[in-house]
Design a protein around this ligand. Structure first.
Ligand SMILES: NC(=O)c1ccc[n+]([C@@H]2O[C@H](COP(=O)([O-])OP(=O)(O)OC[C@H]3O[C@@H](n4cnc5c(N)ncnc54)[C@H](OP(=O)(O)O)[C@@H]3O)[C@@H](O)[C@H]2O)c1
Length: 257
């Protein structure tokens, strides 16, 4: 399948590791002109494809938006991958002002700020695609440790839907991709840690994580490459009539229709 992404100018946030790194690799393979961002540049990534920024800050988002304009003269596709959670376990009582703000700063505001800076250019050119990476946690929150993260992803999802209604008539598609558990470097490390604590092997560690999610019918997490494949498809002209909707990639984890 030719995804027709060659020559497209693409900004990918959170492209240093995990799913974001897989998205960067795939768009580069497809011949897109990629600019990616994180706080630390992976050594294997050429400097000209990377801009260092802390996207939890207003200044960090401005730095990235300026780099997009200066280096690519605008953007055709934005893939908002950056996100995650550093909140402690312990339910609502463990979530103070700082923890709530941090989850919103990482999972909602980078998309809001970068879209606000870069959408006018897309609207002027009459086309563009924005992909927001959400999470199944937004519909399947785990109260022990993901309440703030899940709520921030829910806010991102609602923001994305509203934006799609506003800008799709002007040629800009806005789509969400909602992963379940992805077997990233961080997930591997977590499974290994849990395995060691429980005196089992890596597969045993994975089973502990899948158990916490209520099971994964497919029996395994998604790979970063599988998530990247879905993102590349929805961002491509092949998905030209898709906007305002959310694609779940979770091996069947969400237990309802
Ligand atoms: N992993 C999962 O199981 C899972 C499940 C559902 C949804 N998701 C979502 O999928 C997306 C990717 O997750 P992932 O697990 O693949 O991520 P990851 O492996 O933790 O990588 C996150 C990327 O974002 C960058 N980053 C982190 N904090 C940043 C900041 N303050 N400013 C700029 N860049 C920052 C990191 O690089 P630096 O540290 O160098 O900045 C890294 O490149 C996220 O939106 C996540 O919420 C993940």
């Amino acid at each position: 399948m030719n995804l027709q992404l060659s020559g497209r100018r693409v900004l990918i946030t959170g492209g240093g590791k995990g799913a974001g790194a897989a998205v960067v690799a795939l768009f580069r393979e497809e011949g897109a002109q990629v600019l990616t961002t994180a706080r630390n540049r992976p050594t294997a990534l050429p400097e000209e494809l990377f801009v260092a920024a802390d996207l939890t800050t207003v200044d960090g988002c401005a730095t990235v938006a300026e780099a997009v304009k200066a280096r690519m003269g605008g953007v055709d596709i934005i893939v908002h991958v950056v996100g995650g959670s550093s909140a402690p376990a312990g339910g609502f009582a463990a979530l103070g002002e700082e923890e709530w703000q941090q989850e919103l700063n990482l999972n909602l505001f980078p998309a809001v700020r970068l879209d606000r800076a870069l959408l006018p250019g897309m609207l002027a050119q009459g086309e563009g695609v924005i992909v927001h990476v959400t999470s199944i946690q937004r519909e399947l929150p785990l109260p022990e440790s993901t309440t703030a993260y899940a709520a921030a992803k829910a806010a991102l999802s609602t923001y994305s839907k509203s934006l799609s209604k506003e800008v799709s008539p002007q040629g800009v598609r806005v789509v969400r991709v909602s992963p379940g558990w992805i077997e990233t470097e961080a997930a591997v490390a977590l499974a290994e840690r849990l395995a060691e604590q429980a005196g089992t092997d890596y597969e045993g560690g994975k089973q502990i994580i899948m158990g916490a999610l209520g099971g994964i019918p497919l029996g395994r997490p998604s790979t970063p490459a599988e998530v990247a494949n879905l993102i590349a498809f929805v961002a491509s002209p092949l998905a030209g009539s898709i906007t305002g909707t959310e694609f779940v990639i979770d091996g069947g984890t969400v237990p309802v229709v």
